[in-house]
Design a protein around this ligand. Sequence first.
Ligand code: 5GP
Length: 342
Amino acid sequence: DLFYRQLPKVELHAHLNGSVSVATMENLISRKPHLNIQQSMTAIHKGQRRTLDECFQVFKVIHQLIDTEEDILMVAKAVIGEFAADGVKYLELRSTPRDEAHTGLTKRKYVETVIEAIRQCKQEDLDIEVRFLVAIDRRNGPEVAMETVKLAEDFMLSSDGVVVGLDLSGDPTVGHGRDLLPALQKAKNCGLKLALHLSEVPSQKEESELLLTLPPDRIGHGTFLHPEVGGSKSLVDKVRERNVPLELCLTSNVKGQTVASYDKHHFGYWYQLGHPCVLCTDDKGVFSTELSQEYQLAASTFGLSQEAVWALSQQAIGCSFAPDHLKEQLHQRWASLRPHIF
Ligand code: 5GP
């Protein structure tokens, strides 16, 4: 639908390797035939479901296909271009730096390459502002987390403002958030913003501690925070008191089976509280979606008017980690685009 595509949008929760489109994936697959990977192994199509665990298997396959500097540059530029084509005006991309011994890729080179892709898109006058969140995969434990924070801190100081924060992601059933607190606290103290996957699966038992001691600047998913799904009023109160925005990904949660159906998505719960909610794609490649589609889905599922959808996309500017002058520019941009849409 044209309205949703033309709507200026902010994307705050997009994992680089999960965002690679079918077209780019086909290109990668054909360049690496020896891996014997089929399209069906890298994306979950319409009507299909996977468990969250199976989703993490998909990422392993994708990582085999994207393991050189050239690959990273190519996919990052393609993903940024696709978000721009979908009407995203501000994007925070996140990705986990990887060492790949057999190709010589290092974590530092990985981050440099993503930053280079962002720089090239800017040079090519793509109509999108892009920032980068360095991701910690919780599976790799506290030491790697601390190394990742140091890497992110270096780049925050040397990337002309491209690196703005840190993401905590990876298999939520592995490890306890408490063990990562020293790394997360260090990140916060040096000025990195924190976007943490929180309460993505039931009974993680780390939410309260992370919310009290940090708190994060944004929450990814937060699926099981509220009492109706086994969370608690006290967790909800903590999130509300601290006014921590939620990044909500409808298709991802339904296809990954942490939410039973679209109408049961926790967007409904938080939106009616008036809490800041930002619609995001999570992994537009793996889950075969687009941000315009997520807005349309939320609108049709929860009966949002076009006015309400507009307000939702505008509110996302304030939830971003963009510096104040950029937020101001984005608000002006929204104001100038509005008459063309309504
Ligand atoms: P990358 O960081 O390699 O660019 O993107 C893929 C990675 O993002 C995955 O290996 C995983 O660590 C993280 N990721 C992507 N989608 C999800 C999700 O839905 N939940 C969690 N917890 N992590 C995710």
